[in-house]
Write a protein of this length. Structure first.
Lengths: 300, 225
């Protein structure tokens, strides 16, 4: 048993180093495809986090026409506060408050700021929905608020959320397809590496068969070789992914928290779960590629 | 030890390698298969170790019908059959010792058995001083001796030799035949396909002659003709 194990390991290593160029190509392809796959999972998670954060803190802004009488402002406030089942909180931001906000927002753009004044800037109500479900209801009755006297318009950041959702779907589909194609390429490359290794050792295989080696004994070093290539690709891809994620996290954290990009940071053990999945997938890719080749080309 | 019953094998509708061939080979017998190229000698040998299967008839080795044997049992059958080839089929990147040890290693023999059996068989074939040489450092006769050592190291019941002297000069060929005769005298059945008239006439063993797949002569202590 030990002598067989020693033989299998020695032959696997010899075969790996003999076909070094093909081995490196197979490992790199596995690495890139698995890295892309892992990255796709992280990107999807980042979009989910961000969407959750945005929909969690979403508010409707009801702008009041500049110069609207005080009773119109009161009517708007009463209308908003009359729907406690969907509206949790209503805050009024007067013209002075709006100007103050604008000064903060346009701090880096004084040219735009100089066009804003108490005469043209609107005051507004910031309307916070009760929960995510009430966002939909609020959206459906938005027009009833717009129809009130003194209301300029009612904005909802739903458009940005829709864009983010679409971006998630856009990136998700394309990166999954790309990584799927690359994973298939990895299987083919490992398959070809094993086929080449078997062809290079066809004389040995012929002798082995004639002296009574079992097919499994002949196949095993080749199958382990493929498995190792898949695992090496997955390990390198995982290192790349963890380094990339650390760099991304550091980059995102440089933005101020008010930028609202915190959701794009993926932590809480999720990257480790992705890495474990990548390693299992790498082993599967290697095993499938090598097992099919080792079975197909045994009759050399 | 070996029995062929009405064995027929064709490679196409026009090429019939064997036609209704039947014979028995007893334990420890030495049999020459003779005949021109394409007469079916190699096909017969390949059937005896299940490299090929007949279309009709059956092949029995050591009391078992090997045509009906499952594929998983074939390796175990082959552990009892040594094979010798005209082109030796040695592994060029392995030494003499490694080439012979390889046959034991791949059937899972433990290291202490390999350490014991390989020098013994190399001594038997007269190569005990050349264990660490590579095949390209040996003459044709020496390479064939390595091939015989590899075939015999597992002490098989049967030795199948396909033109073992085909690429050797007459003197070297005689040396190989003396070696095969010694192995035969240990109780191993030897079946040898050959064109070598001189060797067949010298050995005076049983001769089975084939012509276009048909056995035309089966003679004890025969000559080539």
């Amino acid at each position: 048993m030990i002598s067989r194990l020693r033989y299998t390991m020695r032959e696997m290593w010899a075969s790996l180093t003999r076909n070094l160029t093909l081995t490196v190509a197979a490992v790199i392809t596995s690495m890139v495809s698995l890295f892309l796959f892992g990255m796709t999972l992280l990107i999807q998670q980042a979009f989910d986090n961000q969407l959750s954060q945005w929909t969690g803190g979403v508010k409707m802004i009801v702008y009041v026409k500049n110069g609207a009488p005080d009773d119109a402002v009161s009517t708007i406030q009463e209308a908003l506060e009359s729907r406690p089942e969907i509206i949790k909180n209503v805050e009024y931001c007067s013209i002075d408050c709006s100007l103050s906000q604008a000064k903060k927002l346009f701090a880096a753009d004084p040219e735009s700021l100089k066009f804003l004044s108490a005469e043209n800037i609107p005051s507004y109500f910031s309307v916070e929905p009760v929960d995510k479900q009430s966002i939909e209801q609020l959206l459906s009755i938005r027009q009833s608020f717009v129809a009130l006297p003194g209301v300029l318009r009612a904005d909802f950041p739903s458009d940005q959320i829709t864009v983010l959702g679409k971006l998630k779907s856009f990136f998700g589909v394309r990166t999954y397809v790309m990584s799927g194609v690359l994973l298939f390429a990895s299987v083919l490359l490992i398959w070809n590496t094993i086929r080449t290794a078997m062809f290079a050792r066809r004389r040995e295989i012929e002798v082995m068969k004639l002296v009574g080696a079992t097919n499994w004994f002949i196949r095993l070093p080749f199958m382990l070789e493929g498995l190792l290539q898949g695992l090496a690709g997955a390990a390198l891809g995982s290192i790349l992914l963890l380094l990339g994620n650390a760099d991304w996290t550091a980059g995102v954290r440089k933005f101020p928290s008010t930028a609202g990009l915190g959701g794009f940071v993926v932590t809480d053990g999720y990257p480790i779960r992705v890495v474990i999945f990548m390693i299992l997938l790498g082993a599967f890719v290697g095993a499938v590629g090598s097992a099919t080749a080792a079975s197909r080309f045994l009759d050399v | 030890m070996i029995r062929l019953e009405n064995v027929t094998k064709s490679y196409s509708t026009e090429v019939v390698a064997l036609r209704d061939a039947s014979f028995d080979v007893a334990k420890a017998e030495f049999v020459f298969l003779v005949g021109p190229s394409g007469s079916g000698k190699s096909t017969l040998l390949r059937m005896m170790n299940r490299q090929e299967r007949p279309e009709k008839g059956s092949v029995w080795v050591a009391g078992r019908n090997i045509n009906e044997m499952s594929d998983s049992k074939v390796p175990h059958l082959r552990r009892n059959i040594g094979n010798i080839f005209p082109d030796y089929k040695l592994l060029p990147n392995r030494t003499v010792h490694e080439n012979v040890a390889f046959a034991l290693e791949v059937i899972g023999r433990p290291k202490h058995v390999i350490r014991q059996q390989v020098p013994a068989v190399l001594d038997l074939v007269g190569l005990s001083g050349k264990q660490e040489r590579f095949p390209h450092q040996l003459s044709g006769g020496e390479q064939q001796r390595v091939s015989i050592a590899r075939a015999f190291v597992n002490r098989p019941l049967i030795l199948l030799a396909d033109e073992p002297t085909g690429n050797l000069d007459p003197a070297t060929g005689e040396g190989i035949m003396r070696l095969l005769d010694r192995i035969n005298k240990t109780g191993t059945t030897v079946v040898m396909a050959t064109h070598d008239q001189r060797i067949v006439n010298m050995m005076r063993k049983r001769v089975i002659q084939l012509d276009r797949g048909i056995i035309v002569r089966d003679q004890a202590r025969g000559v080539y003709e």
